[in-house]
Design a protein around this ligand. Structure first.
Ligand code: 5GP
Length: 114
């Protein structure tokens, strides 16, 4: 199977502005920021999309949310607020088939999203 763009970032084959990394995940700035802070948190295990995660991945999914909050602190958007988004499938707006969590902040975000 061909590597996803995110797998290539994990494997350091293509550059990214990495803001956090541990043995289970990596967080880097989105190339097409939709807010002053827009990062993606990506598990190193290749799960295609959130709906395809299994019970085995429960811990990893929780880890991604905890790290998202940690990165929000690190990038100083914790106090002003932030949004965590996971897009699943076509109508959800998913464009990269490798599970990722968007972390957005640094401005007042609208609701409902477009
Ligand atoms: P999705 O639409 O699948 O939820 O989110 C994919 C995100 O990946 C988009 O926000 C897009 O801007 C970002 N993205 C796509 N290719 C790259 C890349 O090569 N580098 C980085 N840093 N972000 C990317």
């Amino acid at each position: 199977m061909q590597k996803t763009i995110f797998q290539k970032i994990i494997d350091k084959e293509i550059p990214a502005h990495i803001v956090f990394e541990d043995e289970r995940c990596i967080a880097f700035k989105d190339i097409d920021s939709q807010a002053p802070i827009h990062c993606l948190l990506v598990p190193k295990k290749h799960i295609v999309r959130v709906g395809e995660a299994s019970a085995q991945d429960e811990n990893l999914l929780g880890h991604l949310l905890l790290i998202a909050t940690q990165v929000a602190h690190q990038l100083k958007i914790y106090d002003t607020g932030f949004r965590i988004v996971i897009n699943h499938g076509k109508d959800g707006g998913e464009s990269v088939p490798h599970l990722h969590v968007h972390l957005l902040g640094g401005r007042a975000l609208q609701w409902p999203p477009g």
